[in-house]
Ligand binder design. Structure first.
Ligand code: MG
Length: 381
């Protein structure tokens, strides 16, 4: 069991569930970071009186308020997020949303810390950079994404050369079974209503477009060092089978359980061991599990993700950045639902594929892709 935890993205959905796990396992949280100086972070600072607080992007008022209340316990700015990620010997749970989470992931790995990775953008946008850092320090990356945690667990004790393919399950999101025509006028609130998982806004929209599954395919490629031909996706609306691994002898191992992110969070913390999870016994009796092929014509994001994944280099980072911008525009009513994937596709086609050697390289590509996507959305090009 680790001595202490650092929680990045403390006020998000992963953050909240990480605090529950920490409390149940009685592991101290020594530092936490959030983007803004919200009431929620303020309360967390009171609840965890020994934790260092970081506000990555505080307003002037928030800076004054947090400094008055917490004194030396609070620090500000993205560099401070990287500093706490490098806390010696800590397990770092990175639940930051978006490519802004990459620098903290790299800082954790460079310090040799175990990284519980919920920020999939760290691998999608910065895969080559994060894996190069891991090769230098040998630090562990344990996925905190239900599908990848499932695969990680199924692969334990197996030889990489015995794997035929991995199969990521997708719930299909709230628009499973709909045609492109049905999707023309869907609203943000319809798209936010995910049937099985309770999640943040961006990932909920990404689940509705299947962009999230596309990101997860790329994440799996880096995490498990598998070519894209060996990564498949199957739709499984009940979200009970969290993913599968098929081996060369025709056997498959699947990971099952209730859809509950506290399970993969806890596994990243307790790995290679397990602790009681505090969940009700998992009953299969009376459950029906169904599987179907994804509708790739309606949900074009999936094939597009395979394409950018095979392009390699900076292309997955462009895909991710364009999606972040497009989802925000959709939530603000400036872009239609189907427009999200159109914007991603057009942004990818406008940007060259270059190599990524550093966090700075990734951030430069990210910024340029955002600006191209923005211009496309506002009709400027
Ligand atoms: Mg997932």
């Amino acid at each position: 069991m680790p001595a202490e935890l650092v929680v990045l993205g403390a006020t998000g959905s992963i953050g909240a569930q990480t605090f529950e796990v920490a409390r149940r396992l009685d592991i101290p949280v020594v530092a936490m970071a959030a983007k803004g100086g919200s009431e929620e972070l303020f309360d967390l600072g009171l609840t965890w009186p020994d934790a260092q607080l970081v506000v990555a992007a505080a307003t002037d008022d928030e800076r004054v308020r947090f400094t008055d209340a917490f004194g030396k316990r609070v620090s500000f700015g993205p560099e401070s997020v990287q500093e706490v990620a490098a806390t010696p010997g800590a397990v770092v749970i990175n639940g930051i949303v978006g490519s802004v989470g990459l620098a903290a992931s790299v800082a954790a790995i460079e310090a040799g810390n175990r990284l519980g990775l919920a920020n999939k953008e760290s691998l999608v946008a910065g895969g080559p950079v994060l894996l190069a850092a891991r090769a230098r320090t040998g630090a562990e990356i344990i996925p905190v994404d239900s599908e990848h945690s499932a695969i990680y667990q199924c692969l334990k004790g197996e030889r990489a050369s015995d794997v035929a393919r991995i199969v990521l399950t997708a719930s299909g999101g709230p628009f499973l079974g709909r045609s492109r025509r049905d999707l023309e006028n869907v609203t943000p609130s319809e798209a936010l209503a995910h049937p099985t998982w309770e999640m943040g806004k961006r990932i909920s929209i990404d689940s509705a477009t299947l962009v999230n599954k596309g990101l997860e395919v790329i994440e799996a490629h880096f995490l498990f060092d598998l070519p894209f031909e060996q990564i498949d996706v199957v739709v499984h609306p009940q979200s009970i089978v969290h993913s599968l691994v098929e081996f060369v002898d025709g056997s498959s191992k699947a990971h099952l359980g209730e859809p509950d992110m506290r399970v993969p969070i806890q596994y990243a913390v307790t790995f290679p061991h397990r602790s009681p999870g505090g969940l009700a016994p998992f009953e299969l009796g009376g459950k029906t599990l169904t599987f179907l092929e994804p509708d790739r014509a309606t949900f074009r994001a999936l094939d597009l993700a395979y394409e950018v994944g095979n392009m390699g280099g900076s292309s997955p980072a462009v895909f991710n950045a364009a999606d972040e911008v497009a989802v925000q525009a959709f939530l603000e009513g400036r872009l239609s639902f189907l427009g999200i994937v159109d914007v991603i596709e057009r942004t990818v086609s406008r940007m060259p594929t270059v190599d990524l050697d550093s966090v700075a390289d990734v951030l430069a590509v990210d910024a340029e892709a955002r600006s191209v996507a923005d211009q496309l959305i506002s009709g400027a090009c």
